[in-house]
Design a protein around this ligand. Structure first.
Ligand code: ZN
Length: 360
């Protein structure tokens, strides 16, 4: 009898302890991934173009081509369109007047990531070479809250995140470009990735490593160090698009989807994350249409058009959202703060969170 009571009390205490554990948030960004492919899969006119593809055309057809948009997008990003579409929410399909746009006036990377993480489309942030960001970001803000102190990390393929997230000031752990993870934050698996990244071709120059390294470094960091807020920035979609390689752009999206799946499976597998983590997926900007798909900036029409997805804690399973609305990139920062139970306040204005995301 006493033993049963003790077991009951222990079980109750554990339940309470788990319930009180502050929630985790993981944000994955896919650089310059178009809403057009997200919602309709491969564009066959681009895939058939000799100008934009070099891989074997038969195998490309097999990998990405199907009669309907629903089938094509599932071929390109199977995890996204099976699991997130059934258990999460996906915004930005303009066919349903479901609009997501960037609010900044530039429509390229640094201004986009600044908008995502500060909630403020600062007109002064006008270059990818912009200095260390003077605006406080939401990751930095969360890192100041006691329950999250030193539990916030960012892994990026592009070496600009040290400036975008101002790691010298913010104090959050940022690993980007071809940096090795330092010994005190590493593990045996991360050590292998530290070495491997220098033995792969630097396809995009010395500023940007391949996404498989970034993604799996972040995944191993989850296993070894349990960050409560984690950002993973993937870059290949944008690089291959600028390189006019449509086949490799689709492949990058497919590979990014596999990384997102691996992160989600780790969340499900690890009691630290399971049922207490929200995963957000976003992009920094859109791209042009037709032949202009390779490019994006304020003079390229439609490249301010983006999309947004979420799955996990506090996200009802509503799938692809087919109602008319207008959301903005600047709302993501306050959404991240809300998911940790905080209200993000900074010296700059911060846009409202995406309230519709939390409707039951
Ligand atoms: Zn970009």
């Amino acid at each position: 009898m006493q033993k049963t009571l003790l077991t009951l009390i222990t079980a109750l205490c554990c339940t309470i302890a788990v319930a009180q554990e502050k929630p985790n948030v993981i944000i994955i960004t896919m650089d310059g991934m178009r809403w057009q492919e997200i919602f309709t899969g491969a564009d066959t006119s681009l895939l058939n173009s000799k100008k934009f593809t070099t891989q074997d055309s038969l195998s490309l057809v097999k990998k990405y081509v199907a009669p309907s948009a629903e089938e094509r997008r599932r071929l390109m990003m199977p995890f996204f369109w099976k699991t997130i579409a059934s258990q999460g929410q996906i915004y930005g399909n303009r066919k349903y007047n479901n609009f997501v746009n960037v609010r900044n006036r530039y429509w390229f990377s640094y201004p986009g990531y600044n908008e995502i993480f500060t909630g403020y489309p600062d007109t002064l942030v006008n270059s990818n070479d912009y200095k260390a960001n003077p605006n406080e970001n939401v990751l930095e803000f969360i890192n100041k809250q006691a329950a999250y102190k030193n539990k916030v990390a960012s892994f990026g393929s592009w070496d600009a995140f040290r400036r975008i997230l101002n790691r010298n000031r913010s104090g959050i752990f940022v690993n980007d470009g071809f940096e090795d993870v330092p010994a005190d934050k590493s593990s045996a698996a991360i050590d292998q990735l530290n070495k491997t990244q220098h033995l792969l071709p630097a396809l995009f120059g010395g500023e940007e490593r391949l996404d498989a390294i970034t993604g799996f470094m972040a995944l191993e960091y989850m296993k070894a160090h349990h960050p409560k807020v984690l950002h993973i920035s993937l870059g290949e979609t944008d690089e291959f698009a600028h390189g006019e390689k449509y086949d490799y752009y689709l492949e990058a999206a497919q590979h990014n989807d596999a990384i997102i799946k691996a992160v989600w499976e780790q969340i499900q597998h690890d009691p630290f994350y399971k049922n207490n983590t929200t995963l957000l997926i976003a992009t920094d900007h859109g791209r042009g249409q037709g032949e202009l798909w390779t490019s994006h900036w304020s003079d390229v029409p439609n490249s301010d058009e983006i999309w947004f997805a979420a799955i996990g804690k506090n996200i009802a399973a509503k799938g692809e959202i087919k109602t008319a609305m207008q959301l903005y990139q600047q709302q993501i920062a306050q959404t991240i703060a809300f998911l940790t139970g905080n209200v993000f306040k900074a010296e700059h204005p911060v846009a409202e969170k995406i309230t519709v995301l939390f409707d039951k």
